[in-house]
Design a protein around this ligand. Structure first.
Ligand code: MG
Length: 257
């Protein structure tokens, strides 16, 4: 199994980056791994830590309509260049926590997505350079208040509620380009979303290059690469699980605020 990079909190509230072992012990690093964090002598055993989202970005840059079949289900064409928007960092929650249904919305959807974690400061780079700045990969759910997205015409409110960016549970360095992304709701063994990540319109290197021509990306920043076909609504009490082959599974429940 690929090395899994986690961010955790111990019982005293201290936050660490670490390596998750098969035993579920976490070997603590002295800095974020993309800032050359090295293993320390400290190991935390299961029950003595909580898994947090795997990074603490300065921003989350997300991409809309990056799978042709999802653009079609939204009744819109595929954009001729990446369509980017920001989600606030306060929307991030770890796996195994609650998405809070906001009272302003009558329709909240899941969007399973591959997330890129940036390892190095990058501005105005080519796709070739951009590829070297992608430190690793994790899983995101770009939770969206669909009714507010349509009503507002721009997406800040619809995509920006607290808890609307489940992220994790960990980061891996390598990903098979044909890895499958699947989303499951409750106990149904049939996925509601299933696509290979190579079906993206604009691949990760092109996205990072494009974004870097607008804004500087910093170490630990996150890029959400868009969702495939099959988005639908979540109800209170639902469990939603996004899986990506070679990474793992991100699972959250839906609760009232
Ligand atoms: Mg999305």
């Amino acid at each position: 199994m690929a090395q899994r990079y986690v961010r955790i909190q111990n019982q005293e509230g201290q936050i660490y980056y670490g390596l998750l072992q098969l035993s579920l012990d976490v070997q603590v690093l002295d800095a974020p791994p993309w800032l050359q964090g090295q293993p320390t002598d400290l190991t935390l055993t299961p029950g003595n830590y909580q898994i947090l989202a795997p990074c603490a970005p300065s921003k989350i840059v997300a991409v809309g309509k990056n799978y042709a079949d999802h653009a079609a289900e939204m009744g819109t064409p595929v954009p001729s260049e990446p369509l980017i928007f920001l989600k606030p960092t306060t929307s991030i929650i770890p796996s195994e926590t609650e998405i809070k249904y906001p009272p302003q919305s009558q329709r909240v959807d899941y969007e399973g997505e591959l997330a890129l974690v940036i390892g190095d400061r990058v501005f105005d780079c080519t796709p070739e350079i951009a590829q070297t700045k992608i430190w690793g990969y994790t899983i995101a759910n770009d939770v969206t208040a669909r009714d507010l997205q349509k009503q507002d015409g721009q997406w800040t409110r619809a995509k920006g509620f607290d808890t609307f960016c489940p992220l994790g549970p960990w980061i891996v360095r390598e990903l098979n380009p044909g890895a499958r992304l699947q989303t499951f709701v409750n106990d149904d063994s049939n996925p509601v979303q299933s696509a290979s990540i190579d079906q993206m319109v604009f691949p990760p290197d092109v996205l990072v290059s494009y974004i870097s021509q607008v804004m500087t990306l910093l170490p630990g920043d996150v890029v959400l690469t868009g969702t495939p076909e099959g988005v639908s609504r979540l109800q209170l009490g639902d469990r939603v699980r996004v899986e990506i082959e070679g990474i793992g599974r991100l699972e959250n429940t839906v609760a009232t605020r």
